[in-house]
Design a protein around this ligand. Structure first.
Ligand code: GLU
Length: 316
């Protein structure tokens, strides 16, 4: 069993992603497996080295350790890992160049937005370009590369928290980007290439990514990985205002709680309470490992009550 935590160092770690890290770590430790950390830093404009340093400090402070040197996606990119996968997909005929800008996709899409926050369904504008037309366009614009999703492509999988999931990827998402027009691998491609290379068997992450998994399963199949990982998508923690804690990062940064001298057990106790693993009293991460089970995780979004934050964190 091999699990992982794959944060993007675009901001400080907050209670929401600390909970994902804790649960992934508990899942691995409860099974006697390995736990890995991968830094998803392909978006160079938004990632900061100081957030990477804080990440190590935060994880150690929470009592979470990892078993192998962390992978950095920026280093994987320099090593050509994503280029190789893109070449493999190109050879197999899965990709085509797309010259559309975001604005063009938004204008051409019939619905203003798909069901998710990653943009409208791609209407297929560039799907039928001839070689000659593509070559002509490429003289003035660098294309993105899209993965072709034939009509009727329905993906099913069993999620460890949500149960059976079905998505008609062609209808919900359409052909999706695997290389952005700045030449960088997309999240969907990089995450699959890296989880496969790291032989990850269990992916536990926030359920804001639930709708991405069918695309990732298509990539696993196209890249010839017969055994994709088991997925468990954990319902997010919301504030009393219904907004994701992630969106209020500053107020709930782990680094800030750490620097205030709060005992980490208080924070872990709170994260455990939001995960069906306790009543909120202080507890160490290690002592939770025997209690962990996916069955205990809540199936619906969790609300972080102001009173809980006040009691556990002295937050007001
Ligand atoms: N890097 C992604 C994020 O921070 C998570 C990727 C994943 O767990 O698959 O949201």
């Amino acid at each position: 069993m091999r699990g992982r935590f794959a944060p993007s160092p675009t901001g400080r770690m907050h209670l929401g992603n600390a909970r994902s890290a804790l649960l992934g770590w508990l899942q691995a430790r409860a099974a006697g497996g390995a736990f890995l950390v991968r830094v998803e830093d392909l978006d160079r404009a938004r990632c900061r080295p100081e957030h990477v340093q804080a990440l190590w400090d935060d994880l150690r402070w929470l009592g979470l350790d990892w078993d192998e040197p962390p992978l950095f996606q920026s280093a994987r990119e320099e090593a050509g890992a994503y280029r190789e996968a893109l070449e493999q997909l190109t050879r197999a005929g899965h990709l085509y160049p797309c010259f559309c800008t975001r604005a063009e996709v938004a204008r051409a899409a019939s619905a203003p937005h798909g069901p998710h926050d990653d943009g409208p369904r791609y209407p297929g504008t560039c799907a039928q370009l001839s070689h000659a037309q593509a070559a002509e366009r490429a003289r003035t614009r660098t294309p993105a590369l899209r993965f072709r999703v034939p009509e009727g492509t329905v993906v099913r999988f069993e999620d460890g928290v949500h149960g059976p999931v079905v998505q008609d990827v062609a209808a919900a998402v359409g052909d999706f980007v695997v290389r952005r027009n700045d030449g960088v691998a997309s999240y969907q491609l990089a995450v699959v290439v890296d989880d496969a290379a790291s032989r990850i068997t269990h992916v536990l992450r926030g359920d804001d990514l639930l709708h991405s998994t069918p695309r990732q399963l298509l990539l696993y199949a196209a890249l010839g990985h017969a055994l994709p990982p088991a997925f468990a998508h954990v319902p997010l923690v919301l504030g009393e205002d219904g907004k994701r804690l992630a969106k209020r990062e500053g107020a709930f940064a782990i680094a800030e709680l750490r620097e205030r001298g709060l005992p980490p057990e208080r924070v872990v106790g709170l994260l455990a309470a939001w995960s069906g693993l306790g009543g909120g009293s202080p507890v160490s991460a290690a002592s939770l490992a025997t209690r962990f089970s996916l069955e205990r995780l809540p199936r619906a979004p969790v609300t972080a009550l102001q009173s809980q934050l006040e009691t556990a964190l002295g937050w007001s």
